[in-house]
Design a binder for this molecule. Structure first.
Ligand code: 5GP
Length: 121
C-alpha cells in the first residue's frame, strides 16, 4: 500500500490518480510522460517519496546506493522492453529548479524512439 502524500507522483503510485503503467513492481513504476519531449518519453518513479538526488545522496545521512542502482537497472530494463535497444536511449534526472525539475518526487526520464540531439541544453 503506497501512501498518497499529495504530490502527483505519489498520487499516481497510490492509484488515487488513474494512469497506464508500463511497468510496476513493489518499488518502482513507469508511465508515459504527459508532455513528451521525444517520440518515446517515459518516467520511472520510485514509489517512495524522495524529493530529488539531493535527498537520495544527502550531505548528512544515509546514501541510497541500492535504490539508485535498482532505479537505473529498472530504467534500462524498461527501455529494453519498450524496444529502445539496441538503437539507444537517454536517461535524465533533473535536480533542482534551475535544472528544470518541476515535480519534487525523484524520477528518471527515459527518452528515445528517435535520434536525439547531441546537446543537453
Ligand atoms: P521534471 O521537470 O520534474 O524533471 O519532470 C516532471 C515530468 O513530469 C515532466 O516532464 C512532466 O511533463 C511530467 N508530468 C507532470 N505531471 C504529470 C502527470 O500527471 N502525469 C504524467 N504522466 N507526467 C506528468
Amino acid at each position: 500500500m503506497v501512501k498518497d502524500n499529495g504530490c502527483i507522483f505519489c498520487r499516481i503510485a497510490a492509484g488515487t490518480v488513474p494512469s497506464t503503467k508500463l511497468f510496476e513492481d513493489g518499488e518502482f513504476l513507469c508511465v508515459r510522460d504527459i508532455q513528451p519531449q521525444a517520440k518515446v518519453h517515459l518516467l520511472v518513479i520510485p514509489k517512495e517519496n524522495i524529493s530529488s538526488l539531493d535527498e537520495a545522496f544527502p550531505v548528512h545521512g544515509h546514501p541510497r546506493h541500492e535504490l539508485m542502482g535498482r532505479l537505473l537497472e529498472t530504467a534500462t530494463k524498461v527501455a529494453r522492453q519498450q524496444g529502445l535497444l539496441p538503437e539507444g536511449f537517454r536517461l535524465a534526472i533533473n535536480t533542482g529548479r534551475a535544472a528544470g525539475q518541476t515535480v519534487f518526487h525523484l524520477h528518471v526520464h527515459i527518452l528515445g524512439g528517435e535520434a536525439l540531439g547531441a546537446t543537453f541544453a
